[in-house]
Design a protein around this ligand. Structure first.
Ligand SMILES: Nc1nc2c(ncn2[C@@H]2O[C@H](COP(=O)(O)OP(=O)(O)OP(=O)(O)O)[C@@H](O)[C@H]2O)c(=O)[nH]1
Ligand SMILES: [Mg+2]
Length: 450
């Protein structure tokens, strides 16, 4: 059972040494609790105004000099009375202030409990609440933008737009059921079908953004793959700008999988160097090759390195055949020795010299091009959350069923049932029609104090 009666508190800043830390309270007793331990009468304090004063312990000893800010109900983040105590930013001093707040009657908050209260008190809908956590954990500028758009309610607005359109359609159908004498002619049915198709198209487009949305949120993995000795590890080092992987002229140098995080084009990528693919009887190398294939299969992008100074080998040709071309960039390496000896049929091809660091800028541009399916624009709304994706796809499938039945001439009575189910799925995104368990599990992934 979600308990909203108690006043909750948490240290809302990360544990560590810094200029300030913030201890926050929310609940109907926030002000009374702090009044017990503050050097001034805070009952007289104004809303959204900062006051300087001291936190005192039970013997009236000064614990810390702090700045207090009150955010009174209903115009606060949670909708309840909030008190924020900005104390000195040391681990111990913050802990001491926090303990005094607990002693005065607040209880420690659970993960995301402040945000959950904001949701329960209807200050934000569920998709906005989820956006707050995404905003905090955003790893690149696209993720940040997507989260901030969602927090501003852009996704909610889109969902509400679908809901309004579907409600209008269901209403027309219901009126015709209530007043059968007025009936609906073929032209009107056709117009209903057209409207439903157009909503379906927009819903599908939004759902399809999940492909990019997922990448935005989770980051992208890039696997460097190819035959032995083509310069994969040299490329890894060139991109990282450090001597990370061992490079030698001996074929089969790399055995283990090497992984490093790297920022390119404002995005975080995980770069993976792998063992070169060839037929071998060496057990260690065979294991390395097995791992290479696994990494390559699981990665978002493959950089297929080919040696420009040589003819393509049997191993190259076998590898080329199995690759997913949409997510592969073919790289002719060693162009300092010679131009590529052959032509290959690939959409994304770059020529580089890993050793001399030539052509890398073109490679980065190509990586950016194939990272996202669509060109990411600032105003675009993305589905980045699996829960939203499932609900939206649920709504789509009910709407498809409704359309199919409408085409078959089935009574509106049944079609409105599917439209209502579609609406129900949509409202899950905003946080309606979901169980308390699901709600608790969503907020349990939040950080404490948020
Ligand atoms: N001339 C020239 N040599 C290169 C270039 N890139 C790599 N090499 C050389 O090619 C050899 C193999 O390089 P590596 O980076 O170890 O190749 P690899 O693909 O990781 O090899 P394995 O780990 O054995 O599969 C080394 O002698 C490198 O110095 C390049 O751009 N130009
Ligand atoms: Mg290597």
């Amino acid at each position: 059972m979600i308990n909203q009666k108690e006043t909750i508190t948490a240290i809302s800043t990360p544990i560590g040494e810094g200029a300030i830390s913030i201890v926050r309270l929310s609940g109907k007793n926030s002000i009374a609790i702090i009044n017990k331990i503050f050097s001034k009468d805070i009952l007289k304090f104004k809303d959204k105004t900062a006051y300087i004063g001291k936190i005192l312990d039970s013997k009236k000893n000064v614990v810390d000099e702090v700045i207090l800010t009150l955010f009174k109900t209903p115009n606060s983040f949670t909708g309840e009375d909030i008190v924020e105590i900005a104390c000195h930013g040391g681990i111990l001093i913050t802990q001491r202030v926090f303990e005094e707040v607990l002693n005065a009657g607040a209880r420690p908050s659970g993960p995301g409990e402040f945000t959950m209260r904001a949701f329960l008190n209807k200050k934000i809908d569920l998709s906005q609440a989820e956006a707050i956590q995404d905003l905090i954990s955003a790893k690149n500028k696209f993720a940040l933008k997507a989260a901030s758009n969602q927090l501003c309610g852009h996704l909610s607005k889109e969902i509400k737009k679908f809901q309004k359109l579907l409600i209008d359609i269901a209403a027309i159908m219901e009126v015709s059921l209530d007043f059968p004498e007025e009936g609906i002619d073929d032209a009107e049915t056709k117009s209903l079908i057209d409207d439903m198709l157009s909503i379906l198209k927009s819903m599908q487009e939004l759902s399809d953004t999940f492909e990019d949305g997922k990448i935005i949120k989770a980051g992208v993995s890039i696997c460097i793959a190819g035959s032995v000795n083509v310069g994969k590890s040299s490329l890894m080092n060139a991109i990282l700008k450090k001597d990370r992987a061992i490079v030698t002229s001996i074929s089969g140098t790399t055995r283990d999988v090497l992984k490093e995080d790297i920022k390119l084009n404002d995005m975080f990528y995980q770069l993976i160097d792998t063992a070169g693919i060839r037929k071998t009887t060496c057990t260690i190398e065979q294991e390395g090759i097995k791992r290479s294939r696994r990494e390559q299969k699981n990665s978002d992008i493959t950089l297929l390195v080919l040696d420009a100074s040589k003819k393509l080998s049997e191993d190259d040709l076998t590898f080329i055949k199995i690759l997913n071309r949409k997510k592969t960039i073919a790289i002719w390496n060693k162009i300092d020795i010679s131009d590529p000896q052959e032509k290959i049929d690939f959409e994304n091809v770059v020529k580089i010299s890993a050793k001399n660091r030539i052509g890398l800028e073109n490679l980065y541009k190509m990586i950016e091009k194939i990272t996202f399916k669509s060109k990411i624009s600032n105003d675009e709304i993305f589905i980045t959350n699996k829960r939203h994706k499932y609900a939206l796809d649920g709504a789509i499938s009910y709407l498809k069923k409704a359309l199919k039945d409408l085409g078959k001439g089935i009574s509106f009575e049944f079609i409105t049932i599917d439209i209502k189910s579609s609406l129900k799925e949509l409202s899950k995104i905003l946080g309606f029609d979901i169980t308390e368990d699901i709600l608790s599990s969503i907020f349990s992934n939040f950080c404490i104090g948020k």
